[in-house]
Design a protein around this ligand. Structure first.
Ligand code: GN1
Ligand code: MG
Length: 389
């Protein structure tokens, strides 16, 4: 039987979710050389492996009387399950140790930060168990998150939540935390990675991304601007979240208020602007990160206004150079994430989880479209910042 690409990707995704290889899922490519793309598929094998036995067994092994487990959330890196136990739900996660190479160091960071946040009365999740690569986190009840922002009030809430998060950690000693992923938001280094992937062009995909590579070229000269300001001491190192996607704010089911900021994996010394930039990328976006119809993708000015006002209501510590670069940070981080998606597309989808063949390319395109949209409205955005400080 011949499987379409979509089916193959679905099987690969299912297999990955259940922590089994595609082969274990019963999907085997036959006669790779003579019949490429011909797959056999063992349904009972797949059903067995898909029973979430793995997640349940692992939760039990970690001391939880798990009765059911299902995939949870929309993260691109770790595998996440909501596991039901007799004393309520918990989150079980398999840490991607190819990416979080020092998982112990990362868990240490998370423990220090979450203990500190609890000590000052903030809600956060607790690490209930950890045995590399698995961890169990407390489940934040009565709250949800959104992948695409729904109204300006949510943008205000998210901005205020991340602003408060940075504020709360303002007195936390940077030297107490390791740099979980070195050079994480270093745009110049991300460009080097893109160039390396383009040069190797492993899957012969470079020919598909001429327009995107030209777009990248237009921004190369601006890529080091914030790094330079940091080197010169104009912009300080602060403890930052580093993954301030809108879906990392837990919203109260009843009131819509922010209950907690989650995903503390990349909390480390960084730059406040990178957090704000990632909020602009996700909390002003009109559509999903992987929307294929680019006419639906743009940055919404009313969301930007609410976001800035929310953020500045809490982030009172910003200096002049930081305020001056708030709008630019939206462009810079959207560019940085865009080139990371593009580099991963060229490298063969080895970093971000993908659901179909050109998923990373689709994501890169939405990022570049967002940049164009921010540029189109740049003077308005700058005016909003000036009026909001
Ligand atoms: C990854 O897995 P998730 O969704 O928390 C990535 C972020 C990107 C984001 C893009 C460790 O975050 O840097 O901004 O995807 N995390 C890591 O959606 O690389
Ligand atoms: Mg994350």
């Amino acid at each position: 039987m011949t499987w379409s690409n979509a089916t193959k990707y679905l099987l690969a995704k299912i297999a990955r979710t259940a922590h089994i290889t595609r082969e274990d899922a019963g999907c085997q490519e036959l006669f790779k050389t003579t019949h490429p793309g011909v797959y056999i598929f063992n349904f009972s094998n797949l059903c067995y492996n898909l029973g979430m036995e793995n997640a349940i067994e692992i939760a039990k092994h970690l001391g939880f009387d798990a009765t059911s487990a299902k995939p949870f959330g929309s993260g691109h890196i770790n595998d996440t399950f909501k596991v039901v136990t007799s004393s309520g739900p918990v989150i079980l996660q398999k840490i991607n140790t190819d990416i979080f190479k020092d998982a112990d160091g990362m868990m240490d960071n998370i423990k220090k930060v979450s203990d500190y946040l609890s000590s000052i009365g903030k809600t956060t999740y607790k690490v209930l168990a950890y045995e590399k690569p698995w961890r169990v986190l407390s489940f934040i009840d009565g709250a949800h998150s959104v992948d695409v922002i729904e109204d300006p009030a949510q943008a205000f809430t998210a901005g205020a939540a991340f602003g408060a998060f940075q504020n709360d950690l303002a007195n936390f000693k940077a030297s107490d935390l390791i740099e979980t992923i070195p050079k994480f938001h270093n745009t110049l280094w991300r460009l080097e990675e893109l160039d390396t992937a383009a040069k190797a062009d492993k899957l012969d995909r470079l020919k598909n991304v001429e327009a995107e590579m030209s777009f990248v070229d237009k921004y190369r000269s601006q890529a080091g601007k914030v790094l330079k300001l940091m080197d010169e001491g104009e912009i300080p190192v602060r403890i930052t979240h580093n993954d301030t996607k809108i879906n990392n704010v837990m919203l109260d089911d009843e009131t819509g208020d922010a209950i907690a900021v989650v995903d503390l994996d990349t909390v480390m010394p960084g730059c406040a602007l990178y957090d704000f930039g990632d909020m602009v990328r996700t909390a002003t976006a009109s559509a999903a990160e992987d929307e294929k119809d680019l006419s639906k993708v743009y940055s919404k000015i009313e969301y930007f206004e609410a976001l800035v006002k929310g953020y500045l209501s809490q982030a009172k510590f910003l200096n002049e150079a930081e305020v001056e670069n708030l709008v630019f940070s939206g462009i810079l981080i959207t560019f940085t994430i865009g080139i990371r998606f593009l580099a991963d597309y060229l490298a063969g989808d080895v970093y971000f989880k993908t659901d179909y063949d050109d998923h990373n390319l689709v994501r890169a395109r939405t990022q570049f479209k967002m940049i164009e949209s921010i540029e189109d409205q740049r003077s308005e955005f700058e005016r909003i910042v000036q009026e909001s400080v």
